[in-house]
Ligand binder design. Sequence first.
Ligand code: FES
Length: 222
Amino acid sequence: MADRSPAPDTPELRERWGSFEFSPAYKAKADTAIARYPEGRQRSAVMPLLDLAQRQVGEETNTQGWLPLPVIEYVADYLEMPVIRVLEVATFYFMYNLQPVGKYHVQVCGTTPCMLRGSDGLLETCKKRGMVKGHVSEDGLWTLTEVECLGNCATAPMVQINDDNYEDLTPERLDHVLDELAAGRQPKTGTQEPGRHTSEPVGGPTTLKEMVTENHDYRGEW
Ligand code: FES
């Protein structure tokens, strides 16, 4: 379980992030998110606003982004809600980083289905590249986190890296994905199993086969 404590509130942190505010582009997105809720319920937008703030911090630091305390305070102020309420949300959900991370946040699922299908080997692959859980690698490229089930058990083992999932992994396949990212290229996302489209049975579907190529209407055949 990763540490969910906010980064220490230091003068350096205040100096760097104390004047944070949404850029015009992010402000437009934030206001769109708030407008989805009824008047007086703007606090309901706290999750998208934290996500947007993290993404802007990411752009400014060339990382996946994280949430320094002054940025969390900014979001609280933007939504006119107590800072502690925003902190409760930010510390609860793993999608928010509470410490600086690398350009790529490698989240390896270690829950039972992924573990039985080889997640230990994936963690080894990451460690061989110098990744240490909860730390930014020396080259600034990687942060490694072991997480609980990310909902891709049918294509286990899997890893989430920033906004993308990579599934049906082996150590060699993960090595290839990491090589591509390190080289500045976008690897194929989703399943890495040759011939597999999404999470259908390996070897092809066994039922509803006509649905593979078209939106087949089975109703007359029941
Ligand atoms: S156990 Fe890894 S995605 Fe569900």
